[in-house]
Design a protein around this ligand. Structure first.
Ligand code: ATP
Ligand code: MG
Length: 381
Protein backbone atom coordinates (compact mmCIF):
# COMPACT_ATOMS: atom_id res chain seq x y z
CA UNK A 1 0.00 0.00 0.00
CA UNK A 2 1.24 3.48 -1.00
CA UNK A 3 0.04 6.82 0.31
CA UNK A 4 0.24 9.99 -1.78
CA UNK A 5 -0.57 13.60 -1.14
CA UNK A 6 -2.85 14.74 -4.00
CA UNK A 7 -4.82 17.62 -5.42
CA UNK A 8 -4.84 21.11 -3.97
CA UNK A 9 -2.08 20.55 -1.42
CA UNK A 10 0.45 19.55 -4.10
CA UNK A 11 -0.66 22.34 -6.40
CA UNK A 12 -0.57 25.09 -3.80
CA UNK A 13 2.80 23.98 -2.40
CA UNK A 14 4.27 24.23 -5.90
CA UNK A 15 2.67 27.66 -6.30
CA UNK A 16 4.10 28.74 -2.97
CA UNK A 17 0.65 29.35 -1.59
CA UNK A 18 -0.55 28.37 1.88
CA UNK A 19 -1.97 24.84 2.01
CA UNK A 20 -5.14 24.61 4.06
CA UNK A 21 -6.40 21.05 3.80
CA UNK A 22 -4.53 18.00 2.62
CA UNK A 23 -6.13 15.18 0.64
CA UNK A 24 -4.45 11.79 0.67
CA UNK A 25 -4.74 9.02 -1.88
CA UNK A 26 -4.21 5.39 -0.97
CA UNK A 27 -3.18 2.94 -3.69
CA UNK A 28 -3.20 -0.83 -3.17
CA UNK A 29 -5.50 -1.03 -0.16
CA UNK A 30 -9.00 -2.29 0.52
CA UNK A 31 -11.83 -0.95 2.63
CA UNK A 32 -11.22 -3.75 5.13
CA UNK A 33 -7.51 -2.98 5.39
CA UNK A 34 -8.19 0.73 5.95
CA UNK A 35 -10.65 -0.06 8.71
CA UNK A 36 -8.21 -2.51 10.27
CA UNK A 37 -5.64 0.32 10.36
CA UNK A 38 -8.09 2.47 12.29
CA UNK A 39 -9.34 4.78 9.50
CA UNK A 40 -13.01 5.64 9.75
CA UNK A 41 -15.20 5.43 6.63
CA UNK A 42 -16.90 8.71 5.71
CA UNK A 43 -19.96 7.24 4.05
CA UNK A 44 -21.36 3.84 3.31
CA UNK A 45 -20.77 3.70 -0.44
CA UNK A 46 -17.87 6.08 -0.86
CA UNK A 47 -14.28 4.83 -0.54
CA UNK A 48 -13.15 7.77 1.59
CA UNK A 49 -11.84 7.62 5.17
CA UNK A 50 -10.89 9.97 7.95
CA UNK A 51 -7.77 9.50 10.05
CA UNK A 52 -9.20 9.99 13.53
CA UNK A 53 -5.84 11.26 14.78
CA UNK A 54 -5.29 14.07 12.23
CA UNK A 55 -8.83 14.52 10.89
CA UNK A 56 -7.41 14.36 7.35
CA UNK A 57 -9.09 12.61 4.44
CA UNK A 58 -7.79 9.43 2.84
CA UNK A 59 -9.43 8.21 -0.37
CA UNK A 60 -8.89 4.82 -1.98
CA UNK A 61 -7.68 5.05 -5.56
CA UNK A 62 -10.71 4.69 -7.78
CA UNK A 63 -11.99 4.94 -11.29
CA UNK A 64 -15.40 6.31 -12.04
CA UNK A 65 -17.89 6.04 -14.81
CA UNK A 66 -20.94 8.08 -15.52
CA UNK A 67 -24.13 6.10 -15.48
CA UNK A 68 -26.84 8.73 -15.72
CA UNK A 69 -27.74 12.34 -15.29
CA UNK A 70 -26.55 14.33 -12.31
CA UNK A 71 -24.02 13.46 -9.66
CA UNK A 72 -25.92 10.46 -8.37
CA UNK A 73 -25.27 8.93 -11.76
CA UNK A 74 -21.68 7.94 -11.00
CA UNK A 75 -20.37 4.43 -10.53
CA UNK A 76 -17.15 4.18 -8.53
CA UNK A 77 -14.74 1.34 -8.78
CA UNK A 78 -12.24 1.21 -5.95
CA UNK A 79 -9.97 -1.80 -5.66
CA UNK A 80 -6.32 -2.49 -4.83
CA UNK A 81 -5.46 -2.81 -8.52
CA UNK A 82 -6.51 0.75 -9.44
CA UNK A 83 -3.27 2.58 -10.22
CA UNK A 84 -2.17 6.11 -9.36
CA UNK A 85 -2.43 7.11 -13.03
CA UNK A 86 -5.97 5.71 -13.27
CA UNK A 87 -7.06 7.71 -10.25
CA UNK A 88 -5.43 10.93 -11.40
CA UNK A 89 -6.97 10.83 -14.87
CA UNK A 90 -10.51 11.18 -13.50
CA UNK A 91 -9.64 14.54 -11.93
CA UNK A 92 -10.69 17.89 -13.36
CA UNK A 93 -7.56 19.90 -14.13
CA UNK A 94 -3.96 18.87 -14.82
CA UNK A 95 -2.76 21.17 -12.02
CA UNK A 96 -5.07 19.23 -9.67
CA UNK A 97 -3.91 15.84 -10.95
CA UNK A 98 -0.45 15.68 -9.42
CA UNK A 99 0.62 13.47 -6.54
CA UNK A 100 3.54 13.43 -4.13
CA UNK A 101 4.79 10.39 -2.23
CA UNK A 102 5.99 10.42 1.33
CA UNK A 103 9.59 10.96 0.17
CA UNK A 104 8.52 14.13 -1.63
CA UNK A 105 8.75 12.71 -5.19
CA UNK A 106 6.33 14.30 -7.62
CA UNK A 107 4.09 12.10 -9.83
CA UNK A 108 2.79 14.10 -12.72
CA UNK A 109 1.60 11.87 -15.56
CA UNK A 110 -0.60 14.58 -17.12
CA UNK A 111 1.97 17.42 -17.06
CA UNK A 112 0.32 19.53 -14.41
CA UNK A 113 3.64 21.11 -13.42
CA UNK A 114 4.15 22.43 -16.93
CA UNK A 115 0.64 23.91 -16.97
CA UNK A 116 1.26 25.36 -13.54
CA UNK A 117 4.43 27.04 -14.78
CA UNK A 118 2.67 28.30 -17.90
CA UNK A 119 -0.36 29.41 -15.86
CA UNK A 120 -2.87 27.26 -17.74
CA UNK A 121 -6.07 25.67 -16.47
CA UNK A 122 -6.40 22.58 -18.66
CA UNK A 123 -8.68 19.56 -18.34
CA UNK A 124 -7.03 16.19 -17.84
CA UNK A 125 -9.10 14.06 -20.21
CA UNK A 126 -12.38 14.03 -22.16
CA UNK A 127 -13.96 12.43 -19.06
CA UNK A 128 -14.05 16.04 -17.78
CA UNK A 129 -17.43 16.34 -19.48
CA UNK A 130 -18.96 13.68 -17.24
CA UNK A 131 -19.47 16.05 -14.31
CA UNK A 132 -20.88 19.46 -15.25
CA UNK A 133 -19.83 20.88 -11.87
CA UNK A 134 -16.32 21.01 -13.30
CA UNK A 135 -17.40 23.99 -15.43
CA UNK A 136 -18.02 25.93 -12.23
CA UNK A 137 -14.85 24.60 -10.64
CA UNK A 138 -12.69 25.78 -13.52
CA UNK A 139 -14.33 29.21 -13.39
CA UNK A 140 -13.69 29.29 -9.65
CA UNK A 141 -10.02 28.38 -10.03
CA UNK A 142 -9.77 31.06 -12.73
CA UNK A 143 -11.12 33.60 -10.22
CA UNK A 144 -8.69 32.44 -7.57
CA UNK A 145 -5.57 32.33 -9.71
CA UNK A 146 -6.29 35.27 -12.02
CA UNK A 147 -3.91 37.48 -9.98
CA UNK A 148 -1.15 34.98 -10.83
CA UNK A 149 -1.93 35.22 -14.54
CA UNK A 150 -3.77 31.92 -15.05
CA UNK A 151 -6.16 31.46 -17.96
CA UNK A 152 -8.36 28.67 -19.22
CA UNK A 153 -6.87 26.62 -22.08
CA UNK A 154 -8.79 27.18 -25.34
CA UNK A 155 -9.58 23.47 -25.71
CA UNK A 156 -10.90 23.36 -22.14
CA UNK A 157 -13.09 26.39 -22.77
CA UNK A 158 -14.41 24.67 -25.88
CA UNK A 159 -15.25 21.54 -23.88
CA UNK A 160 -16.97 23.72 -21.30
CA UNK A 161 -18.99 25.26 -24.12
CA UNK A 162 -20.08 21.82 -25.23
CA UNK A 163 -21.16 20.99 -21.69
CA UNK A 164 -23.20 24.21 -21.57
CA UNK A 165 -24.83 23.37 -24.90
CA UNK A 166 -25.70 19.85 -23.72
CA UNK A 167 -28.06 21.19 -21.05
CA UNK A 168 -26.27 19.09 -18.38
CA UNK A 169 -25.70 22.14 -16.16
CA UNK A 170 -29.42 22.01 -15.45
CA UNK A 171 -28.93 18.68 -13.72
CA UNK A 172 -26.69 20.16 -11.01
CA UNK A 173 -28.28 20.32 -7.60
CA UNK A 174 -28.71 23.72 -5.95
CA UNK A 175 -26.41 22.61 -3.13
CA UNK A 176 -23.48 21.64 -5.35
CA UNK A 177 -23.80 24.78 -7.46
CA UNK A 178 -24.13 27.08 -4.47
CA UNK A 179 -21.02 25.64 -2.84
CA UNK A 180 -19.00 26.58 -5.90
CA UNK A 181 -20.67 29.99 -6.27
CA UNK A 182 -20.08 30.79 -2.63
CA UNK A 183 -16.42 29.84 -2.78
CA UNK A 184 -15.96 31.66 -6.09
CA UNK A 185 -17.51 34.86 -4.71
CA UNK A 186 -15.02 34.81 -1.84
CA UNK A 187 -12.01 34.51 -4.17
CA UNK A 188 -9.71 37.39 -4.96
CA UNK A 189 -11.27 38.19 -8.35
CA UNK A 190 -14.84 36.88 -8.26
CA UNK A 191 -15.71 38.85 -11.37
CA UNK A 192 -13.46 36.47 -13.31
CA UNK A 193 -15.71 33.58 -12.23
CA UNK A 194 -18.69 35.25 -13.93
CA UNK A 195 -16.61 36.26 -16.92
CA UNK A 196 -15.43 32.68 -17.51
CA UNK A 197 -18.94 31.31 -17.09
CA UNK A 198 -20.04 33.82 -19.67
CA UNK A 199 -17.21 32.94 -22.05
CA UNK A 200 -18.31 29.30 -22.10
CA UNK A 201 -22.05 30.07 -22.32
CA UNK A 202 -22.64 28.58 -18.88
CA UNK A 203 -23.95 31.86 -17.48
CA UNK A 204 -26.85 31.66 -19.92
CA UNK A 205 -27.70 28.24 -18.47
CA UNK A 206 -27.17 29.03 -14.81
CA UNK A 207 -28.27 32.67 -14.53
CA UNK A 208 -29.91 33.74 -17.78
CA UNK A 209 -31.17 36.87 -16.03
CA UNK A 210 -27.62 38.01 -15.37
CA UNK A 211 -26.42 36.94 -18.78
CA UNK A 212 -29.13 39.10 -20.36
CA UNK A 213 -27.71 42.19 -18.63
CA UNK A 214 -24.69 42.00 -20.89
CA UNK A 215 -26.97 42.67 -23.83
CA UNK A 216 -28.89 45.36 -21.96
CA UNK A 217 -28.38 49.05 -22.55
CA UNK A 218 -25.95 51.00 -20.37
CA UNK A 219 -23.72 47.98 -19.88
CA UNK A 220 -25.54 46.72 -16.81
CA UNK A 221 -23.58 43.47 -16.99
CA UNK A 222 -20.19 45.18 -16.88
CA UNK A 223 -21.41 47.34 -13.98
CA UNK A 224 -22.31 44.23 -12.06
CA UNK A 225 -18.82 42.82 -12.60
CA UNK A 226 -17.26 46.12 -11.55
CA UNK A 227 -19.33 46.20 -8.35
CA UNK A 228 -18.29 42.63 -7.56
CA UNK A 229 -14.66 43.49 -8.19
CA UNK A 230 -14.92 46.38 -5.73
CA UNK A 231 -16.59 44.15 -3.15
CA UNK A 232 -13.62 41.77 -3.30
CA UNK A 233 -11.10 44.61 -3.21
CA UNK A 234 -12.77 45.91 -0.07
CA UNK A 235 -12.94 42.43 1.46
CA UNK A 236 -16.70 42.46 1.82
CA UNK A 237 -18.45 39.39 3.25
CA UNK A 238 -20.41 36.86 1.22
CA UNK A 239 -23.84 38.46 1.57
CA UNK A 240 -22.56 41.80 0.27
CA UNK A 241 -20.88 40.09 -2.69
CA UNK A 242 -24.04 38.14 -3.50
CA UNK A 243 -26.07 41.36 -3.32
CA UNK A 244 -23.60 43.07 -5.67
CA UNK A 245 -23.97 40.20 -8.12
CA UNK A 246 -27.77 40.22 -8.11
CA UNK A 247 -28.47 43.95 -7.58
CA UNK A 248 -29.46 44.69 -11.16
CA UNK A 249 -31.76 41.69 -11.65
CA UNK A 250 -34.88 43.50 -10.48
CA UNK A 251 -37.86 41.18 -10.13
CA UNK A 252 -35.70 38.15 -10.89
CA UNK A 253 -33.66 38.42 -7.68
CA UNK A 254 -36.05 36.15 -5.85
CA UNK A 255 -35.93 33.48 -8.56
CA UNK A 256 -32.12 33.46 -8.53
CA UNK A 257 -32.08 33.31 -4.72
CA UNK A 258 -34.37 30.30 -4.82
CA UNK A 259 -32.63 28.55 -7.70
CA UNK A 260 -29.40 28.22 -5.73
CA UNK A 261 -31.00 28.03 -2.29
CA UNK A 262 -28.76 30.87 -1.19
CA UNK A 263 -28.49 31.19 2.60
CA UNK A 264 -31.04 33.37 4.27
CA UNK A 265 -28.81 36.37 4.92
CA UNK A 266 -27.68 36.40 1.30
CA UNK A 267 -31.25 36.21 0.05
CA UNK A 268 -32.43 38.93 2.38
CA UNK A 269 -29.71 41.42 1.56
CA UNK A 270 -30.01 40.80 -2.19
CA UNK A 271 -33.72 41.61 -2.09
CA UNK A 272 -33.22 44.73 0.04
CA UNK A 273 -30.39 46.03 -2.13
CA UNK A 274 -32.42 45.37 -5.27
CA UNK A 275 -35.33 47.31 -3.89
CA UNK A 276 -33.68 50.18 -2.04
CA UNK A 277 -30.34 50.76 -3.73
CA UNK A 278 -31.63 53.80 -5.62
CA UNK A 279 -32.73 55.30 -2.30
CA UNK A 280 -29.27 54.83 -0.89
CA UNK A 281 -27.58 56.47 -3.84
CA UNK A 282 -29.71 59.57 -3.44
CA UNK A 283 -29.86 59.49 0.35
CA UNK A 284 -29.28 63.23 0.78
CA UNK A 285 -32.29 63.99 -1.39
CA UNK A 286 -34.73 61.82 0.56
CA UNK A 287 -37.32 63.61 2.67
CA UNK A 288 -37.68 62.73 6.33
CA UNK A 289 -40.73 60.52 5.79
CA UNK A 290 -38.98 58.43 3.12
CA UNK A 291 -35.88 58.16 5.30
CA UNK A 292 -37.94 56.97 8.22
CA UNK A 293 -39.67 54.46 6.01
CA UNK A 294 -36.32 53.13 4.87
CA UNK A 295 -35.03 52.75 8.43
CA UNK A 296 -38.23 51.02 9.51
CA UNK A 297 -38.13 48.62 6.54
CA UNK A 298 -34.59 47.66 7.52
CA UNK A 299 -35.51 47.40 11.17
CA UNK A 300 -32.24 49.24 11.84
CA UNK A 301 -32.99 49.48 15.54
CA UNK A 302 -32.67 45.72 15.91
CA UNK A 303 -30.62 44.82 12.81
CA UNK A 304 -27.84 47.44 12.55
CA UNK A 305 -25.39 45.13 10.78
CA UNK A 306 -27.81 44.37 7.97
CA UNK A 307 -28.12 48.09 7.28
CA UNK A 308 -24.33 48.42 7.24
CA UNK A 309 -24.14 45.57 4.73
CA UNK A 310 -26.76 47.35 2.62
CA UNK A 311 -24.74 50.55 2.61
CA UNK A 312 -21.61 48.57 1.77
CA UNK A 313 -23.25 46.88 -1.23
CA UNK A 314 -24.52 50.23 -2.54
CA UNK A 315 -21.10 51.78 -2.01
CA UNK A 316 -19.44 48.97 -3.98
CA UNK A 317 -21.87 49.62 -6.80
CA UNK A 318 -21.06 53.33 -6.77
CA UNK A 319 -17.33 52.61 -6.70
CA UNK A 320 -17.81 50.20 -9.58
CA UNK A 321 -19.15 53.14 -11.55
CA UNK A 322 -16.03 55.13 -10.79
CA UNK A 323 -17.15 56.87 -7.60
CA UNK A 324 -14.29 57.80 -5.30
CA UNK A 325 -16.07 58.22 -2.02
CA UNK A 326 -19.59 57.60 -0.84
CA UNK A 327 -20.86 60.29 1.54
CA UNK A 328 -24.31 58.67 1.38
CA UNK A 329 -23.04 56.09 3.85
CA UNK A 330 -22.24 58.51 6.66
CA UNK A 331 -25.33 60.52 5.87
CA UNK A 332 -27.50 57.45 6.43
CA UNK A 333 -25.56 56.53 9.57
CA UNK A 334 -26.29 60.02 10.85
CA UNK A 335 -29.98 59.49 10.15
CA UNK A 336 -29.93 56.21 12.06
CA UNK A 337 -28.28 57.93 15.01
CA UNK A 338 -30.89 60.70 14.96
CA UNK A 339 -33.77 58.22 14.89
CA UNK A 340 -32.20 56.10 17.60
CA UNK A 341 -31.72 59.12 19.84
CA UNK A 342 -35.46 59.30 20.38
CA UNK A 343 -36.05 58.10 23.94
CA UNK A 344 -38.73 55.46 24.34
CA UNK A 345 -38.47 55.92 28.11
CA UNK A 346 -39.84 59.46 28.12
CA UNK A 347 -42.82 58.37 26.01
CA UNK A 348 -43.52 55.49 28.39
CA UNK A 349 -43.26 57.97 31.27
CA UNK A 350 -46.06 59.93 29.63
CA UNK A 351 -48.22 56.81 30.12
CA UNK A 352 -48.25 55.69 26.49
CA UNK A 353 -48.59 51.97 25.71
CA UNK A 354 -49.30 49.63 22.79
CA UNK A 355 -50.29 51.17 19.47
CA UNK A 356 -50.32 54.68 20.86
CA UNK A 357 -46.72 54.26 22.01
CA UNK A 358 -45.74 52.96 18.57
CA UNK A 359 -47.38 55.88 16.83
CA UNK A 360 -45.80 58.42 19.19
CA UNK A 361 -42.37 56.83 18.73
CA UNK A 362 -42.74 57.04 14.99
CA UNK A 363 -43.86 60.68 15.16
CA UNK A 364 -40.88 61.57 17.36
CA UNK A 365 -38.48 59.81 15.04
CA UNK A 366 -39.97 61.66 12.10
CA UNK A 367 -39.42 64.95 13.91
CA UNK A 368 -35.83 63.97 14.64
CA UNK A 369 -35.26 63.12 10.98
CA UNK A 370 -36.85 66.38 9.87
CA UNK A 371 -34.38 68.24 12.06
CA UNK A 372 -31.57 66.07 10.68
CA UNK A 373 -32.43 66.67 7.02
CA UNK A 374 -32.92 70.40 7.65
CA UNK A 375 -29.55 70.80 9.31
CA UNK A 376 -27.91 68.85 6.49
CA UNK A 377 -29.50 71.18 3.94
CA UNK A 378 -28.38 74.21 5.96
CA UNK A 379 -24.82 72.86 6.08
CA UNK A 380 -24.76 72.33 2.33
CA UNK A 381 -25.85 75.87 1.56
P1 ATP B 1 -9.24 23.84 -2.78
O1 ATP B 1 -8.00 24.60 -2.51
O2 ATP B 1 -10.33 24.69 -3.32
O3 ATP B 1 -9.66 22.91 -1.70
P2 ATP B 1 -8.72 21.43 -4.20
O4 ATP B 1 -8.03 21.19 -5.52
O5 ATP B 1 -8.11 20.81 -3.01
O6 ATP B 1 -8.85 22.98 -4.06
P3 ATP B 1 -11.09 19.97 -3.58
O7 ATP B 1 -12.49 20.30 -3.90
O8 ATP B 1 -10.66 19.94 -2.16
O9 ATP B 1 -10.20 20.98 -4.40
O10 ATP B 1 -10.79 18.57 -4.26
C1 ATP B 1 -9.56 17.87 -4.11
C2 ATP B 1 -9.14 17.26 -5.44
O11 ATP B 1 -10.13 16.32 -5.88
C3 ATP B 1 -8.99 18.25 -6.58
O12 ATP B 1 -7.71 18.81 -6.61
C4 ATP B 1 -9.29 17.41 -7.79
O13 ATP B 1 -8.15 16.63 -8.13
C5 ATP B 1 -10.32 16.44 -7.28
N1 ATP B 1 -11.73 16.85 -7.51
C6 ATP B 1 -12.59 17.40 -6.62
N2 ATP B 1 -13.80 17.59 -7.15
C7 ATP B 1 -13.72 17.15 -8.41
C8 ATP B 1 -14.66 17.05 -9.49
N3 ATP B 1 -15.92 17.47 -9.37
N4 ATP B 1 -14.21 16.51 -10.65
C9 ATP B 1 -12.94 16.07 -10.78
N5 ATP B 1 -12.04 16.15 -9.83
C10 ATP B 1 -12.39 16.65 -8.64
MG1 MG C 1 -8.99 20.77 -1.07
Amino acid sequence: MQIYKVGGAVRDRLLGRPVSDVDWLVVGATVEKMQALGYRPVGADFPVFIDPKSGQEYALARTERKSGRGYGGFVFHASPDVTLEQDLIRRDLTINAMAEDQQGNLYDPYFGKKDLDQRILRHVSPAFAEDPLRVLRVARFAARYAPLGFRVAPETLELMRQISASGELQALTAERSWKEIERALMEEQPQVFIQVLRDCDALRELMPELDALFAAPQDAGMHTLAALEQAAKHQQPLNVRWACLTQALGTAINAVNQRFKAPRECQELALLVGEFQAHCHRAQQLDAATLLDLLQKFDVYRRPQRFEDFIAACEMDARGRGGEDYPQGDYLRGAVAAAKAVEVKSLVAQGLTGQALGAALKAERLKALEAYTQSAIAQRN
